[in-house]
Structures are given as structure tokens and as C-alpha cells.
Ligand binder design. Sequence first.
Ligand code: C2E
Ligand code: CA
Ligand code: CA
Ligand code: CA
Length: 274
Amino acid sequence: AKAELDRHVCYYEQEMDEAARQRRAMGKDLWQAVENGDFHLVFQVQKSVTTDAVTGYEVLLRWDRPGHGMVPPSEFIPVAEECGAINAIGAWVLHHACREAATWPEPHKIAVNVSGLQLAQLELVDLVKMVLDESGLAPSRLELEVTETAIIADRKRALAVLNAIKALGVSIAIDDFGTGYSSLDTLRSFPFDKIKLDRSFMVEVGRDDQAKAIVRAILALGKSLSIPVLAEGVETVEQMDVLRAEGCTEAQGFLLGRPGRIDWTAMPGRLLMA
Ligand code: C2E
Ligand code: CA
Ligand code: CA
Ligand code: CA
């Protein structure tokens, strides 16, 4: 039995080594990608539930890894955090997102995801300031999306950083709300301008009364704190109907638009102007 166990442990260690080796290789490629600019950004529309008007666009990062093809951010962001490339990548995203949005024919807001490691650094404030200066983007057009997991690491520091960024006129959304470590205390102590209700709640909302009750409770919470709630991952008309009935403010999801490049010529406003 001992030999059997040893064999398992050894096999397990080999697998660990292989996973670690792959992460190291990916980390190296990520640093290279920062140098080469092998990233690009896509945008996903956010809309008002009541008027259907565009309220903003979430910025999502894409990486075409040489020899591997597109790697989803859920795979490479954790590696970037581990190998230290996340700050350089986060800076790249902020620069390019603001520079691009500043050229748009419509002054829509952009929502940029910020990693917890970025949030733990006071330099993030300087970076945001610099990027706004350089791009000329109005601060009111920039929103940062942070997760509660990100805040947990160092609450005091995170609060100081977020307050300083808010003082620039930039807004802050709490992302993936209702998952992980969400606590009501965080909502109370942090200056959030928006709550992004996690996609996991949408999945069941069309068919399950309990899921609907939770969504209703979070919407009520947002209302009583005067923080608008955006529902993510809206894929069906039924989900949209529930959100409308329950008084949700904003929505985002495949039903409203997939992440992609924005075709400005397809905008009614643009056509009228042309
Ligand atoms: P997230 O911030 O929750 O972003 C929303 C994710 O949900 C996106 O996946 C989006 O494509 C996907 N999504 C949107 N609508 C729907 C829908 O109706 N159904 C389904 N099934 N999915 C939907 P994506 O682009 O793969 O990004 C995954 C995660 O990677 C993001 O989750 C975010 O945490 C992270 N991420 C993406 N870009 C960045 C970035 O620039 N910086 C950082 N730090 N993280 C990023
Ligand atoms: Ca997000
Ligand atoms: Ca989210
Ligand atoms: Ca999510």
C-alpha cells in the first residue's frame, strides 16, 4: 500500500510540475506580449433596462498567443498576476481603452476591469491620472470594475486608492456581486457607484423562484443604498422581462450584444449625422 501511495504522490507531483512548467511558459509569453503589444480590446455594450439606451461599454482584453491562438482571460489573467506582468498589462489596457474611447463619435462611458494586485498599489492613482491626461478622456467617462476578492487583500489600502481615484471624477463598480466574499459591510464602507450582479444569478432566474428572490433582494438593497444595479450575463428575453419587472436599472449580456468591435456606422445617431 505504501508503494502504491508513493506512486500516486509521484504521479501527482509530475502533474504539478507539468502545470507549473506550463504556467511559467505562459508567463514568459505574457511578458513578451506586453513588449510586442499582442493584445487587443473588445467592447461589450451595457444598456438601460427601461429605455434600451446605451449606458456604456465594458472593455475586455483579448490575447492571441503565438502558436496557441486565443487564450481566454480567465486563463491568462491569473498567470499574469502570478508572474507579475499584470501591472504592465493593466496599464496597457487602461492606456489603449482610454485612447480609443476618446476618439469615439459618441461620448459613451467605458468600464475597465482592474485586478486586485493593481488595486493594492498607490501607483494606480497616478496611472489613472496620467492616462486621462494623455488621452484627453473626460474622467466621467471612465469607470473601474473591481471585485470584492480584490479588496479583501488590504481593505485600508484599497479604500484609499479607490477614494483617490473617485476624487479624479472616475466612477467605481463592484464586479461579480453576490459571489465570493461579498459582504454588506463592503457595500457600506466603499464608495461604489454601481453594483454588477454576477452572471450566475441570471442563469436560473427565468425558471427558479429562489434565484428570482435573490435577484429581487439585491435590487432592493441597491435601491435602498441608492446604488444602481447592472445585471450581467443576460441571454434571454425572459431574463430581461424579470429584470424589467423587478426594477433593475441596467443590463449587459449576449442578448444585448456580444463583446466585439463597435460598428459606429450602424448607430442610428451616426446615420442621421452622415
Ligand atoms: P467579467 O469581468 O465578469 O467579464 C464578463 C465576462 O462575461 C466576459 O468574459 C464576457 O464575454 C462574458 N459574458 C458577457 N455576457 C455574457 C452572457 O450573456 N453569457 C455568458 N455566458 N457570458 C457572458 P471574458 O471576456 O472571457 O472575460 C472573463 C473575465 O476575465 C472577466 O470577467 C474579467 O474578470 C477578466 N478580464 C477580462 N478583461 C480583463 C482586463 O482587461 N483586466 C483584468 N484584470 N481582467 C480582465
Ligand atoms: Ca467585469
Ligand atoms: Ca463580472
Ligand atoms: Ca464574472
